[in-house]
Design a protein around this ligand. Structure first.
Ligand code: NMX
Ligand code: MLT
Length: 442
């Protein structure tokens, strides 16, 4: 923890220097314009946020501090020689410090997460025990994370009256605790909701000090298979960060700027993720695939069948989940990485077969609608198929898995935002008369 803190401090200081010089040299340089269409069109092209952890290029995909998905998979440290994919928590280190960690550094970080994760008091599990199991798992997660805010060290220190320059240190403490806790809480929600409604008081939530964060999550939900551990590492690594403008990161950024504590900022992130146009699309996508399978019955799977199914689906006014993106204009490289995993490990899985045919047919169908700017698959298209193959057959749980991973990105962003002392975010809104008068004057 000491080294991570020092390196995070270094990274904050260097970024601060750069920003200071930019603002001093170019205080009034326009970076982006905002048109009438932008204002009523969801601000797609308006640059309003500074997020150093990652940057999304429309034609390339996500760049984690400049590294592509393939570079991250190749260059980040692996737990041991038997692992196919890197340790997911190395992304946390990298986003906070800008340095790829050594495996020894990461093993220490994993131990820190282990110690903090095993210290969840029983009253937290009792809180979850009182949530009816028919409640959507995302609502269970959001309620529980909000409840955890009583643990916030930042909140405590803030009301004691610490210096603004020290905020980030306590935000970092909370961020690490939250990332340690979320795995255990999410696993308990899974066990209670889908496996055994009768478990109580955190029964079975025993972490193993010799495992990484992803494998410990696998253990808690009942898996010790090497392939599943690797699949989870890949899953948690790649859902972690997607620059600052996506709805969940932006919600967390906004809430954090009010100096609400990290637990509440993360609850806001998870609430935004729960929408079907954002993270919940993974749930909807798997349901879409299961419905294709159901409607197919014993008939052979053909391109004609998929084409008709997709067109009928669109004609009901719904969006096809797992396709399209606000920024990307290519197949999402995260989709490509998940697809590679599936084709390498279980190419004959029935859902994979349907997905492969959808991938050939659906972008073409969507392209016929000229309004759709990106007809290609996004991150949510393939992720559910990986989980489903390994027996996580409950689509309602999938967005919780997205949220577990996103905690790494949004918590890193929050630490850096407070380190850089960004102010309260408060964009200006106008009424229609004002908009009208601006338009008429130009
Ligand atoms: N199926 C049908 N219609 C679509 C789709 C799709 N997959 N994608 C976009 N459109 C429609 C969109 O609804 C809009 O229609 P209208 O003008 O009638 O409102 C029109 O095409 C133009 O949309 P775009 O400018 O291409 O996309 P936008 O930036 O507004 O939205 C998404 C991006 C991701 C919300 C949109 O593509 C979508 O709804 N996709 C399906 C849901 C999904 O997979 N979401 C997950 C995204 C990734 N994530 O995890 O967040
Ligand atoms: C994400 O990972 O947050 C999604 O791809 C949505 C986005 O970037 O807008």
């Amino acid at each position: 923890m000491k080294l991570l803190k020092e390196k995070t401090y270094d990274c904050i200081q260097k970024t601060k220097e750069k920003l200071k010089s930019l603002v001093n040299t170019y205080p009034n340089t326009p970076v982006s314009v905002c048109t009438t269409t932008d204002i009523i069109g969801g601000l797609r092209n308006v640059i309003t946020l500074l997020t150093d952890t990652s940057y999304l290029e429309a034609g390339k995909g996500i760049l984690f501090r400049g590294k592509t998905v393939s570079q991250v998979i190749k260059e980040f440290p692996k737990w041991d020689d038997s692992c196919e994919y890197p340790v997911a928590e190395s992304m946390l280190w990298y986003l906070l410090t800008k340095e790829v960690p050594s495996i020894d550094d990461i093993k220490l970080l994993s131990k820190e997460l282990y110690y903090r994760g095993k210290e969840i008091p029983s009253f937290v599990f009792e809180f979850i025990d009182n949530i009816p199991t028919y409640t959507h798992p995302m609502s269970q997660l959001i309620s529980t994370v909000s409840y955890l805010e009583s643990f916030s060290l930042f909140k405590l220190k803030y009301f004691e009256g610490i210096s603004k320059a020290d905020y980030w240190k306590y935000i970092l403490e909370d961020a690490i605790s939250l990332i340690a806790h979320i795995n255990v809480i999410a696993a308990y929600i899974y066990k209670r909701t889908f496996i055994n409604n009768n478990i109580k008081k955190g029964e079975g939530m025993n972490l193993d000090i010799n495992l990484d964060w992803s494998s410990n999550f696998a253990k808690l939900i009942g898996y010790d298979d090497k392939c599943i551990q690797d699949m989870l590492r890949l899953y948690f690594l790649l859902h972690s960060d997607h620059e600052g403008g996506n709805a969940s990161a932006h919600a967390s950024h906004l809430i954090g700027s009010t100096l609400a504590n990290p637990y509440l900022s993360f609850a806001g992130c998870a609430i935004a993720l729960s929408g079907p146009l954002h993270g919940l699309a993974n749930q909807e996508c798997l349901k879409f695939l299961l419905n294709v399978k159901k409607h197919l019955g014993d008939s052979p799977l053909t391109y004609e069948f998929i084409e008709k199914y997709a067109k009928d689906f669109l004609s009901t006014g719904k969006v096809i989940p797992g396709y399209g993106h606000a920024v990307l204009r290519i197949p999402d490289p995260r989709f490509v990485a998940f697809r590679d995993f599936a084709l390498n490990h279980f190419p004959n899985d029935p859902i994979v077969k349907i997905l492969e045919m959808c991938y050939k047919v659906i972008p073409q169908i969507l392209s016929n609608n000229k309004k759709i700017k990106n007809p290609y698959p996004n991150v949510d298209c393939y992720s559910g198929a990986l989980l489903y193959h390994y027996g996580l057959k409950y689509p309602e749980y999938y967005t919780v898995m997205f949220a577990i991973s996103r905690s790494i990105g949004v918590m890193s962003q929050l630490v850096l935002n407070r380190g850089l002392m960004f102010p309260l975010e408060r964009p200006k809104s106008i009424d229609i008369n004002y908009l009208n008068s601006v338009c008429e004057q130009n």
